[in-house]
Ligand binder design. Structure first.
Ligand code: APR
Ligand code: ZN
Length: 380
């Protein structure tokens, strides 16, 4: 047993003191895990749009000071009371949404929207006692998405940790903790393209390229990438995207262009932009009779989806999905195995790396729209 069990740990964390201001590496105190909680030593974390979005705190309730970060990989340091399925030394991926295994959603084969541990960006405290486990000189530093992985140590509810194969390289499977599973799962679990079929992917960021990777491993023969930014096309070739459409190059709706390219529409489409017009196009570009469109991107609060009901009567299906429909504890270990068995590729998503002390560079890269994922290596 390590000497830190039951003790407060002092370690480095990147604290967001104010909206939009560079993170500051501070020494923080991390309290021991309470009932149903686990303290995790983070080894790798990566930056995702959701971190930037809540760091900017535009139009949301600001929760500061806060430790951001949710895409990560680490090792269990100690466990609180009642935790039976994890022990110190286990390798884990923290996940921003959980699986309590007891609620109606967790018991349903179809849902991954756990009632107890579903994503809640406004909450800055642990659900057990409503307190933060991080502090500086006794003042609380708030949590983010139940994960707060921009810290050498963090405390996470056991229901938000996927226990993975200890042989899996943490610096690579780290990206399965959020974005890549979201896009990949949207295709393989929800759109479910058949071998030889056509798939359109709207938005060629990390999430869309993960959706394309899902189409590639499903054996789709045509993967049509749609993006307003043609710079994305070169990179997308590595992800099996076979054709490209930039809506800006056409003076008619992109759904018409796609219908013409495919003799009536694609078999499946996956929308990974968060743009309402792309969502509508993604639905209207699927083939009548059997086409299925899946929405993944997060829209603006006041967006409204408008289409003719005839599009449904003519047997098109519209679905939406959250975290690729994966249940974090039950399903994510299996996704890691897919990577281990070389059934999916992950390295190509990691385009940059910085040491933890230079975490703000990862924010700069994302704000400039450069690369896909920037890996942040902790410096224990
Ligand atoms: N049509 C086509 N492409 C679009 C459109 C549009 N109307 N609007 C935006 N895009 C493209 C952008 O040019 C960009 O290349 O979508 C891509 C989105 O990529 P990223 O910004 O890198 O986002 P990513 O991390 O992949 O996440 C995609 O999923 O998690 C959600 O809310 C997040 O909505 C975002 C989406
Ligand atoms: Zn649940």
């Amino acid at each position: 047993m390590s000497s830190t069990v039951g003790q407060v740990i002092k370690c480095k964390a990147a604290v967001a003191w104010e909206a939009g201001k560079p993170l500051v590496i501070e020494e923080v105190e991390v309290a021991p895990p309470q009932a149903m909680e686990v303290r995790v030593k983070i080894l790798f974390t990566s930056l995702c749009h959701t971190d930037v979005y809540f760091w900017e705190a535009k139009g949301q309730t600001p929760v500061f000071p806060r430790i951001l970060g949710h895409e990560a990989a680490g090792i269990v340091e100690s466990v609180g009371e009642g935790v039976t399925d994890l022990q110190p030394g286990d390798h884990v991926l923290p996940v921003f949404t959980g699986e309590c295994k007891e609620c109606d959603h967790c018991k349903s084969e179809e849902s991954n929207m756990c009632s107890l541990l579903r994503i809640n960006p406004d909450r800055g405290v642990m659900i057990g006692d409503g307190k933060a486990r991080f502090s500086i000189n006794g003042k609380p530093i708030y949590h983010f998405l139940g994960t707060s992985t921009f810290s050498e140590y963090t405390v996470v509810h056991v229901g938000c940790l996927a226990k993975i194969n200890p042989l899996a390289p943490l610096e690579t499977v780290c990206v399965l903790s959020c974005g890549i599973s979201t896009g990949f799962g949207a295709t393989v679990n929800v759109a479910k393209p058949k071998k030889g079929s056509s798939v359109a992917v709207f938005g060629l960021g990390a999430v869309g390229l993960a959706a394309a990777e899902g189409a590639r491993v499903s054996g789709a023969s045509r993967i049509i990438g749609v993006d307003l930014n043609s710079d994305r096309f070169e990179q997308a070739k590595k992800f099996g995207v076979t054709e490209f459409v930039n809506p800006k190059d056409h003076d008619r709706p992109v759904q018409e262009v796609i219908a013409e390219m495919t003799g009536g529409g694609v078999d499946r489409s996956v929308e990974c932009t968060g743009n309402i017009n792309a969502m509508i196009s993604a639905f209207e570009c699927v083939h009548d009779g059997w086409g299925v469109a899946v929405l993944v991107g997060v829209p603006h609060n006041d967006d409204v989806f408008k289409t003719s009901p005839v599009n449904f009567l003519s047997e098109r299906t519209l679905k939406g999905t959250f975290y690729g429909n994966y249940k974090p504890r039950s399903d994510i270990p299996g996704v890691v195995e897919k990577y281990m068995n070389k059934e999916m590729e992950l390295e190509k998503f990691i385009t940059h790396e910085v040491p933890f002390s230079e975490i703000n560079k990862a924010f700069d890269l994302m704000l400039r729209g450069e690369g896909l994922r920037c890996l942040i290596r902790m410096e224990h």
